[in-house]
Design a protein around this ligand. Structure first.
Ligand SMILES: [Zn+2]
Length: 249
C-alpha cells in the first residue's frame, strides 16, 4: 500500500501524547479509513494518543473502536507530517466519525520508563566521565540500549553512572518540558546529547529533569523519575565510532 494514498486529502493529525503522555483512552475523530484488504486497514485519527515508531521508540499498539466496529492496532507509523495507524478489523466495518482510542498502557508505560531512564543516564554518564557526551541512537524496545560517541569507557565507570542514576531516582525529581524556537535552541540546550541529530523544525520541546541540562526531545516522559523504579546495567560493547550500553528495569 502506498502511504501517499493513505494520507492524501487529510490535514496532518495532532499528537495528543505531547500534551499528556498518561492518556490511555482518547475520544477522537476517525478522519480516514483505507482498506488494504478485507481485514487490514489504515486509519487516521485526529488528535491521536498513538505514538509512532520513531527515534528509538517502538510503536504503540492498542484499539480504535466506534459504533458497531473495533480495530486492533498493531503498528503506528510516522509518514511525512502524519501519524498513521495500521491494524486488523476485529468486528464490524470502521467508519469515519466519533471513535475511542485505547493504547496498550503496559507497553507504553514501560517505554516511558526506559525513555526517561535513558535521559537520566545521559546526565549521570556526563558527570561520571566528566565530559560532554553525544548520543548516536537508542532503542527502547526489548534489548533496550543507548549508543554514545567515543571510546568504550571502563565497565566500572558505566556501572558507576548507573549507580548514580539509581540514587537520583530515589530523590524523585520532577520531569518538566517547555517549547522553544529554533533560534534559541542552541543557546538553551547546548548540552543536549542529541543536538546534531535533530530534524529542522520551527519549534522544539526541551525536557528537563530537576535542574539538569535541557534535552531536546519529542518523546513521552514520566512526571517523576521515581516511577522508573530501578535501572540495571546489563552489558556494554564497542561499536563503530562509539559504544553501546544495554540496560534493563
Ligand atoms: Zn525524551
Amino acid at each position: 500500500m502506498n502511504l501517499d494514498d493513505v494520507v492524501s486529502g487529510c490535514e496532518s493529525n495532532n499528537p495528543k501524547y505531547w500534551e499528556d503522555p498518561y492518556l490511555k483512552l482518547n475520544k477522537t475523530l476517525l478522519r480516514k479509513v483505507v482498506f488494504e484488504d478485507r481485514k487490514a486497514v489504515y486509519l487516521i485519527t485526529d488528535p491521536t494518543i498513538f505514538h509512532p515508531k520513531y527515534g528509538g521508540q517502538p510503536s504503540d499498539r492498542g484499539k480504535v473502536y466506534g459504533k458497531g466496529f473495533s480495530v486492533n492496532i498493531n503498528k503506528t507509523m510516522r509518514y511525512k507530517r502524519f501519524i498513521v495507524l495500521y491494524g486488523k478489523v476485529e468486528f464490524g466495518v470502521p467508519r469515519e466519525g466519533d471513535v475511542v482510542e485505547e493504547i496498550d498502557w503496559s507497553l507504553r508505560y514501560t517505554l516511558m520508563k526506559r525513555h526517561t531512564a535513558s535521559h537520566l543516564l545521559d546526565h549521570t554518564l556526563r558527570l561520571t566521565l566528566g565530559s560532554h557526551i553525544e548520543t548516536i541512537d537508542s532503542w527502547l524496545g526489548d534489548d533496550w540500549y543507548i549508543s554514545y560517541k567515543g571510546p568504550l569507557p571502563a565497565e566500572e565507570l558505566l556501572k558507576k553512572a548507573v549507580e548514580l542514576e539509581n540514587s537520583l531516582i530515589k530523590e524523585g525529581y520532577i520531569v518538566s518540558s517547555r517549547l522553544v524556537s529554533r533560534a534559541s535552541l542552541l543557546e538553551e540546550a547546548k548540552n543536549s546529547p542529541n543536538l546534531t541529530r535533530l530534524p529542522e523544525l520551527d519549534v522544539y520541546r526541551l525536557v528537563k529533569i530537576n535542574g539538569f541540562e535541557d534535552i531536546a526531545c519529542s518523546g513521552t516522559h514520566l512526571r517523576s523519575i521515581s516511577e522508573i523504579g530501578k535501572v540495571i546495567y546489563i552489558r556494554s560493547e564497542p561499536m563503530q565510532d562509539g559504544f553501546r550500553v544495554y540496560l534493563s528495569l
